[in-house]
Design a protein around this ligand. Structure first.
Ligand code: SIN
Ligand code: CO
Length: 390
C-alpha cells in the first residue's frame, strides 16, 4: 500500500482509485496550495489574446441569462468590449504556457501520462459560470484564485437531454446533493457523467486538470490509416477457389466469409493494432504549442555535458512506451521512434516525467545522437539546472 497523499486529502492512491475514480466526487481542502497565485486574472486575459491559444469566451445575456453565446479563438480585444454582467473566459492547455503549472501534473502520479488531456483555466467575474453540465472526462477542478461555489447533481449519460437552442450542452436542471465554496488550493474531483455547476463568488480562476480516453471511432480510423499505409495490402486479393457456379447478381456467404476473413486477418494483426493505438495516444492535442527547436548537434551536447543542464519532456509533446519481454518501444507525437538500445532507459525516465541530468553517463555517441534528434524534434528540452530567474 502506498503513502497517503496530501492531494487526495490523506487517502492513498489505491483507496482513491478503488472508491472514487470514475465513480464519485471527492472534495479536498488545501490539496494543492502551490497553485494559488500561479496565474492572475490579467495573465489569463493576456493569454487568451495570444493568436496561438485555444480559448472560448462565453457570455450570458443581461436581459435573459438563459441565453448563451460562445466565441471561439482567435479572440480579439474587440470581443471583450460591451461585456454583459455574466461571462467566462476559458483558456485550454495552460500547462503548455506555464512550466510551473505543467509541473503540477506530478501531483497526480497515480494516473498515467497517456490519460492526460490538458490543464484548462476558467476566468469569471462574480456570478459567471459555464452553466449546468456534465463532461465525459474525469476532471480535478482546482481553485487558483478567488472563490467558486460548486454544486454537484445527478449522473448523466449519452441519453441525457440538453436545454434546447443553446450553443452549449447545458442541463435544464441539476439535482443538487453537494454545495460547497472552494478556496484557492482546494480541489474537487468530478467523475465522468456527474452533473456540475460552478458559479464564481468573485473574480475567480479555476483550473481543470482534465483526463481523456480515446473513443472507438478514432481508434478504428487510425487502424484503417495504418492498414492502408501498407503498400502490399493495396494489391487486389486472389479470388476464392471457384468450384460452384452461383447467380451472377449474388455474393455468396462463402465469398463474403472469405473477404471478411482477409479483412479480420489485418485488423487482428497485433503489431498494426498496437502501432495504431500508440500513435493515436501519443498524438499531441495542440501541436501548434510545440516550440520550434534550435538545431543542436552531438558536438554541442558533448560540450554541454557537466555544464549544469538537464533533459525534460517538452510539456506540449507526448512521449509514451510499451514494454514486453525486455523490449521497449517508443512513440512520440504520433509516430513510432527508433532509438539505440542504450538510450531506452533514459527515454523511459523522460517519458515517466523524470528529469535526466546531462552528464558523463550520457557520453556515448549513440545516446547523444538520439538525444539530439529528440531535442531537434522538440520531444524533449534542455533546461539549465539553476534557472537564473529563480
Ligand atoms: C469552469 O471552470 O467554470 C468549468 C470547468 C468545468 O466545468 O469542467
Ligand atoms: Co465541466
Amino acid at each position: 500500500m502506498s503513502q497517503p497523499l496530501d492531494v487526495l486529502g490523506g487517502i492513498t492512491a489505491e483507496q482513491f482509485l478503488a472508491e472514487y475514480w470514475q465513480k464519485k466526487p471527492l472534495l479536498v481542502r488545501n490539496a494543492l496550495p502551490e497553485i494559488a497565485g500561479l496565474l492572475e486574472p490579467s495573465d489569463v486575459m493576456e493569454l487568451a489574446l495570444d493568436e496561438n491559444v485555444t480559448a472560448r469566451l462565453i457570455k450570458q445575456k443581461d436581459k435573459d441569462p438563459n441565453q448563451w453565446s460562445v466565441k471561439s479563438s482567435p479572440l480579439l480585444k474587440a470581443d471583450f468590449q460591451k461585456m454583459p454582467k455574466l461571462w467566462t473566459l476559458l483558456v485550454q492547455a495552460t500547462d503548455h504556457y506555464s512550466f510551473d503549472l505543467a509541473e503540477l501534473w506530478k501531483k497526480f502520479p497515480f494516473i498515467p501520462q497517456w490519460r492526460r488531456d490538458d490543464i484548462m483555466v476558467s476566468y469569471a467575474p462574480k456570478g459567471g459560470s459555464v452553466g449546468k453540465h456534465f463532461d465525459f472526462y474525469d476532471v480535478f477542478l482546482v481553485q487558483g484564485y478567488g472563490q467558486r461555489r460548486w454544486q454537484l447533481g445527478q449522473m448523466c449519460n449519452e441519453d441525457t437531454e440538453f436545454a434546447a437552442g443553446q450553443p452549449l450542452k447545458l442541463l435544464p436542471e441539476i439535482d443538487v446533493h453537494f454545495d460547497e465554496v472552494l478556496e484557492p488550493g482546494d480541489l474537487l474531483y468530478v467523475p465522468p457523467g456527474l452533473a456540475h455547476y460552478g458559479v464564481a463568488e468573485n473574480d475567480c480562476l479555476t483550473f481543470s486538470f482534465g483526463f481523456r480516453m480515446p473513443n472507438v471511432s478514432d481508434m478504428v480510423d487510425r487502424v484503417g490509416d495504418k492498414i492502408s499505409e501498407n503498400q502490399n495490402l493495396q494489391n487486389p486479393l486472389l479470388d476464392i477457389i471457384r468450384d460452384q457456379i452461383s447467380p451472377v447478381g449474388q455474393i455468396t456467404l462463402n465469398e463474403l466469409d472469405y473477404l471478411k476473413e482477409k479483412l479480420l486477418e489485418q485488423i487482428q494483426n497485433s503489431t498494426v493494432l498496437e502501432d495504431a493505438i500508440m500513435s493515436l495516444m501519443s498524438e499531441p492535442k495542440y501541436p501548434e504549442n510545440i516550440p520550434e527547436a534550435e538545431e543542436i548537434g552531438t558536438g554541442d551536447l558533448a560540450d554541454a555535458l557537466e555544464q549544469g543542464y538537464q533533459l525534460m519532456m517538452e510539456p506540449a509533446s507526448r512521449l509514451l512506451y510499451t514494454e514486453q519481454e525486455n523490449e521497449i518501444l517508443f512513440w512520440a507525437n504520433g509516430e513510432g521512434i527508433c532509438i539505440a538500445d542504450a538510450s531506452a532507459p533514459i527515454l523511459k525516465r523522460l517519458a515517466d516525467g523524470q528529469a535526466v541530468l546531462l552528464d558523463e553517463n550520457l557520453a556515448d555517441e549513440d545516446i547523444l545522437e538520439d538525444i539530439a534528434q529528440l531535442l531537434n524534434e522538440s520531444i524533449i528540452m534542455l533546461v539549465p539546472l539553476h534557472n537564473d530567474e529563480e
